[in-house]
Design a protein around this ligand. Sequence first.
Ligand SMILES: *[C@@H]1O[C@H](CO)[C@@H](O)[C@H](O)[C@H]1NC(C)=O
Ligand SMILES: *[C@@H]1O[C@H](CO)[C@@H](O)[C@H](O)[C@H]1NC(C)=O
Ligand SMILES: *[C@@H]1O[C@H](CO)[C@@H](O)[C@H](O)[C@H]1NC(C)=O
Length: 329
Amino acid sequence: MPTMALRLLTTVLYLSLISSATAEFQRILHLPKPNASLTLLAIGDWGRNGTFNQSQVAHQMGKIGEELNIDFVVSVGDNFYESGLTDVEDKSFEDSFTKIYTARSLQTQWYSVLGNHDYRGNAMAQLDPILRSIDSRWFCKRSFMVDAEIAHFFFLDTTPFVKKYWKNPKTNHYDWREVAPRKKYISNLLKDMESSLAESTATWKIVIGHHTIRSVSEHGETPELVELLLPMLINYGVDLYINGHDHCLQHISSTDSPLHFLTSGGGSKAWRGIFMPTTENLQFYYDGQGFVSLELTLAEANIKFYDVYGSVLHKWRITKEFYHYNMRR
Ligand SMILES: *[C@@H]1O[C@H](CO)[C@@H](O)[C@H](O)[C@H]1NC(C)=O
Ligand SMILES: *[C@@H]1O[C@H](CO)[C@@H](O)[C@H](O)[C@H]1NC(C)=O
Ligand SMILES: *[C@@H]1O[C@H](CO)[C@@H](O)[C@H](O)[C@H]1NC(C)=O
């Protein structure tokens, strides 16, 4: 049986050599447990030096992480408020990350994407691998894929999709270095995303992005994602879309596909007091802080939402009757 250390060792980086179209979409192999199960936590909208219940949420993540023996943590963006990091030496990295998520179970890989607030600072600082010499858990890229064999996780950079961030560049400060021009960037991204989804034979396909597709909270739907991304998610049978951006917890199902929309944006400041119940598919909404856990096997996914006390607020299970599993080992 591989030990924890061996599993970490076997978590190797490699580039997808399958086709040149996916060359930009880096693929990271993260093996599941030997019995082909995988558990993880998802958190978003968090970095505030521990304030606004960030530390309380972190403490409960540590406890639940221990119970579930988590394999990794997913961050859905808005990692550092108000405006990302200034540079790789910004102390917020330690004050809002290293010194907050201190529990033993959280000393595992963190896979992160950028949110709109991260783009308001020096976006490239968060992507700099040098941060891993300060805290080796940190892994942040604009878009990438984590191949956990039973599940494929597609991390997508959603901030550049949103047109309003590109308006009035003099007053609206976003770090578009390596991104602009918008059209070319998102069309390449969608191409890479589509070919990676088309190739994926994993039992579970999970897409992660900062911005909402469906939401009954402050920001509502992101029209650019509804138009450009949602049809692809439905077409390729994606099971879950996990986002932040709205500082709350929500679960919205679909009537025309098996896709579920999860918001895990309760990492710190919450209680916005905005609720716009615009969909009949709303399964759960909580305006306060918290986080999400996923427990995956080949046959089922168990999903739970927790509050700041670690109490389960909402849970459900998705089962798969027909599945196949390509063992790579
Ligand atoms: C798989 O193994 C882990 C220990 O490595 C255990 O905690 C977990 O309960 C097992 N899961 C299943 C579904 O058997
Ligand atoms: C966190 O603390 C730093 C240093 O004291 C400060 O500059 C920053 O504004 C704080 N961030 C938040 C979100 O409170
Ligand atoms: C912290 O969480 C508690 C329990 O949900 C809540 O009553 C309180 O308002 C929260 N504090 C902040 C600053 O959001």
